[in-house]
Design a protein around this ligand. Structure first.
Ligand code: ATP
Length: 727
């Protein structure tokens, strides 16, 4: 099979016609076998048979098996951007209205699979074909449950194109979808029965997600859920299927490790020039220094030990707002310190108000619950919470899916004041009555737009209506993200008091300007070659390569290993142990290349990621913003290169041009042309992921800007205008 066919072929029912030789020992695990950083043991391995076939086979065989051993602000807002504009001198100019070659709904393009990597759902897959790296088509695990059966059969096929009956095993329940033309909303899912020999289209119901694609959620049914089982059940591993036994290693306890941090970059001081807008009534003045926050001594010590000397803009504005007890929706660029912006004032309040010191109890009642969409991210937030609460009686706990439920419970019963959790595991633990909600004073939704969208929104609604959860009037609810599409902002109203404040640092949804963005036109079939070329030039620079599907992540990771580029991968089909190992290998530089799906797009704060490559562009522009935000953090500079394939990516051309323009990046003329040719007059409207909420959307309710704008330092804060009309 030719290179060109590999992606198309994996979605064809005649897949069995491609039965590459399974080379079980090709990449036998080394002592440290959790990553892909192996090279073929002999050159002949690279040469047996056509090279492309070789990649194909080992990509899916070895990729799977390898990876799966258990083993001051300015006083005004700058250039407020107008929606739908392509400003900053990079407009469409006189390009004329070209014939739209990639018309909407034109499904002649390529199929594309959704990677469906919503983190909380991956546990359902654990223990399957990956164990031992190989299973035949008639995967014995397929019988463990009907649902698992379906998966098992697919995995059998996926896991090695083995000697079973792969022709019957084409089944994918992960939301494979067509991408037609621009703004394609057709979302078809190849699904199947236990035998997996049927295509079952789910197009039309938009998978309950309003027909947009690409956020990698797995929770997709007409009711907004993918399967009849709750995410919590799937995540816990406590229902059907093999029990999850993974217990994550405890983080280092020594002070040096707890306070380890990386340096702020040369552009950290430039944060001061970013313009900030605060909307809502009676916003407290911003603070300029940590001292002004009047935090307790222990917190101040911890801040100093963490190496923080200066506040970032989102911290300057959010800390006093939270200290004043107000609800908040804050939008600030990636890597600009949102985590400390909510943790510090919450901890300060807890210290001030006094908390029940941690002690063993079967039912714990935390004062603060922080939810975030991915396991790795909640873990990271937990480490920050642990750092800032060091030496206090506040005990932070983290729980997330893919780990042993008993382990989560054991962590909790020892005492829990601040609970960092993924939604599924949280609901599970609440259901098991290990967590009571009556004492919750602070509810934080990090990556809030993601937490409120169709994937997690239902869980979040369940959470706020769970027995005991104080009403929004009685708790403080805080939402943070780098992106806040309009429709999500509207949904947020249900969670927030009506007088919540909205902080916008820079352009809402804008990309971090410290990231140099390049878009290259690369056809589907040239992407790998281009990728290798770039990686050879970047040498040991830490690089994240984003792809759209889990399978492709394995495939590309294996391919890169074959090219002798030390690579690991992270995606939702990997076991939690493997995900953490992969991240560890990437963090420490053992594998300088991490191939990832969007599961790693948000929040991850990894030192020295110099480079992000969008091998596949995401479907939604907000995802793009988060992905490239893995580099250029905390004042450091970074680079992002995106492969744009006009056949499949034209739907994102328009918002991409806007993101580039707003970040004062060069916009290639060809991209402008594509964007213009796919121009939708209503752009800025309702196509999910292409929405730019340049403001607090409460303004838009009135069709006029009626909110106070207080982008001022504390001493210059004007009185907010009276505006009761919108709340
Ligand atoms: N005031 C500060 N001084 C120095 N470093 C800081 C400061 N605030 C945050 N940092 C560091 O900056 C890095 C990025 O912070 P953080 O992860 O909170 O960003 P974020 O805005 O939440 O990003 P994302 O949108 O990607 O989630 C972290 O390593 C954090 O420790």
């Amino acid at each position: 099979m030719g290179d060109e066919d590999w992606e198309a072929d994996i979605i064809k029912p005649h897949m069995s016609s491609c039965v590459p030789v399974f080379e079980k020992d090709r990449y036998s695990s080394g002592a440290n076998g959790d990553s892909f950083n192996r090279t073929p043991t002999s050159s002949s391995e690279m040469d047996d048979g056509p090279r492309r076939d070789h990649f194909m086979s080992s990509g899916f065989v070895s990729g799977r098996s390898l990876g799966n051993r258990d083993s001051g602000e300015s006083n005004k807002r700058e250039n407020p951007s107008t929606m739908g504009g392509f400003g900053v001198g990079k407009g469409f100019g006189n390009r004329g209205f070209l014939h739209n070659k990639f018309e909407e709904g034109d499904s002649s393009g390529f199929w594309r699979e959704s990677s469906n990597d919503s983190e909380d759902n991956q546990a359902r897959d654990r223990g399957f074909s990956r164990r031992g790296g190989y299973q035949g088509g008639n995967d014995s695990e397929a019988s463990s449950s009907s649902r698992r059966g379906g998966r098992g059969s697919f995995r059998g096929c996926h896991g090695g194109f083995g000697p079973g009956s792969p022709s019957n095993n084409f089944e994918q329940d992960e939301g494979t979808q067509y991408t037609g033309g621009p703004f394609a909303s057709k979302r078809s899912t190849l699904s199947g029965t236990g035998n997996g020999d049927t295509y079952q289209s789910r197009s039309g119901n938009g998978s309950g997600r309003g027909g947009y694609k690409g956020l990698n959620e797995e929770v997709i049914t007409g009711s907004g859920k993918k399967s009849s089982k709750s995410e919590a059940e799937e995540e816990s591993g406590d229902t059907q299927g093999p029990k999850v036994t993974y217990i994550p290693p405890p983080p280092p306890e020594d002070e040096d490790s707890i306070f380890a941090h990386y340096q702020t970059g040369i552009n950290f001081d430039k944060y001061d020039t970013i313009l900030v807008e605060v909307s809502g009534h009676d916003a407290p003045p911003a603070i300029l220094t940590f001292e002004e926050a009047n935090l307790c001594q222990t917190l101040n010590n911890n801040i100093a030990k963490a190496g923080y000397t200066k506040l970032t803009p989102v911290q300057k504005y959010s800390i006093p707002i939270i200290l004043a007890g107000r609800d908040l929706m804050a939008c600030a660029q990636t890597g600009s310190g949102k985590t400390a912006a909510f943790l510090l004032p919450i901890l300060a309040h807890m210290m001030r108000d006094g908390i029940t010191a941690s002690r063993f109890k079967e039912l714990q009642e935390p004062e603060c619950i922080i939810v975030a969409p991915t396991r790795e991210l909640v873990n990271q937030i937990y480490l920050e919470a642990r750092k800032f609460s060091f030496g206090t009686c506040v005990r932070a706990v983290v729980i997330y899916g893919g780990t042993q439920l008993g382990h989560s419970i054991r962590q909790i019963v020892q005492g829990c004041n601040v609970l960092c959790a993924t939604p599924g595991r949280l609901m599970d633990i609440i259901g098991k009555e290990k967590i009571g909600l009556r004492q919750v004073k602070y509810l934080v939704l990090d990556e809030a737009d993601r937490m409120l969208d169709m994937g997690f929104g239902p869980e979040m609604k369940k959470l706020i209506s769970s027995p005991g959860m104080p009403s929004k009037e009685q708790r403080q609810t805080l939402m943070f993200s780098a992106t806040f599409p309009e429709e999500i902002q509207r949904l947020a109203g249900e969670f927030l008091k009506s007088n919540y404040l909205f902080v916008a640092v820079g352009q809402v949804g804008g990309a971090c300007r410290d990231v140099q963005q390049t878009v290259l036109q690369v056809g589907q079939y040239s992407k790998r070659e281009k990728l290798v070329e770039i990686l050879r030039n970047t040498g040991d620079e830490r690089t994240m390569v984003f792809v759209e599907t889990k399978k492709k992540a394995d495939f590309i990771a294996t391919f890169l290993c074959q090219e002798k580029i030390s690579t690991t991968s992270i995606h939702g089909d990997r076991e939690q142990r493997e995900r953490e190992q992969a991240l560890g290998d990437f963090r420490c530089g053992k594998c300088p290349v991490l191939v990832a799906t969007s599961v790693a797009a948000r929040g991850l704060d990894i030192e020295n990621v110099q480079h992000v490559i969008n091998f596949d562009l995401p479907s939604a522009i907000d995802e793009y913003v988060h992905r490239i935000g893995r580099t250029g953090r905390c004042g450091n500079t970074g680079r992002a290169v995106s492969f744009f394939d006009p056949e499949s990516d034209s739907h994102i051309a328009q918002p991409l041009v806007k993101i580039l323009s707003d970040a004062q990046q060069d916009v290639p003329a060809w991209l402008e042309e594509i964007a213009f040719s796919t121009y939708l007059p209503g752009f800025g409207g309702s196509v999910r992921g292409n929405v730019f909420a340049s403001v607090d959307t409460r303004k838009n309710y009135q069709g006029k800007s009626t909110l106070s704008t207080v982008g001022f330092a504390s001493s210059q804060m004007p009185n907010p205008v009276d505006d009761e009309s919108w709340d």
